[in-house]
Design a protein around this ligand. Structure first.
Ligand code: 13P
Length: 120
């Protein structure tokens, strides 16, 4: 199963903590991870293998949205920062919208992500 990992800058520390807590499970289940560019470097630093797409503001969210639409990505874990403005907001909403269009599980905070990852 392919899972997308994305975090806004203000949430990257939370994402790293989440990954460290669930690293064993992610590796044991043979999950392949994909990520937006800068988030991907954090995923790698956490000791996990990940395929990195472009940085979010440069089209990375759109690339992952396309994979959701194509049926390639089965879950999206996207720690959004609700207290910041983002120049690529249309891409962010597109990704979330396509998760709903294609009924792909989407977690936007650590509490939901923890529940979702335990169900894999
Ligand atoms: O902006 C993002 C998600 O909308 C994340 O992009 P980065 O992982 O490149 O910081």
């Amino acid at each position: 199963m392919e899972i997308a990992i994305i975090a806004h800058d203000g949430k990257k520390a939370d994402m790293v903590q989440f990954l460290m807590e669930h690293k064993d499970l992610l590796q044991a289940k043979g999950i392949s991870l994909i990520s937006t560019g800068t988030t991907g470097s954090k995923v790698e630093a956490a000791g996990l293998t990940v395929h990195r797409f472009l940085s979010g503001p440069l089209g990375g969210d759109a690339q992952i949205a396309a994979r959701v639409a194509e049926g390639k990505t089965g879950m999206v874990i996207f720690f959004r920062d609700p207290l910041e403005k983002h120049p690529h907001e249309p891409d962010i909403f597109m990704l979330m919208r396509l998760c709903d269009v294609y009924n792909v599980p989407l977690a936007t905070n650590p509490a939901t992500a923890t529940l979702l990852i335990k169900s894999v």
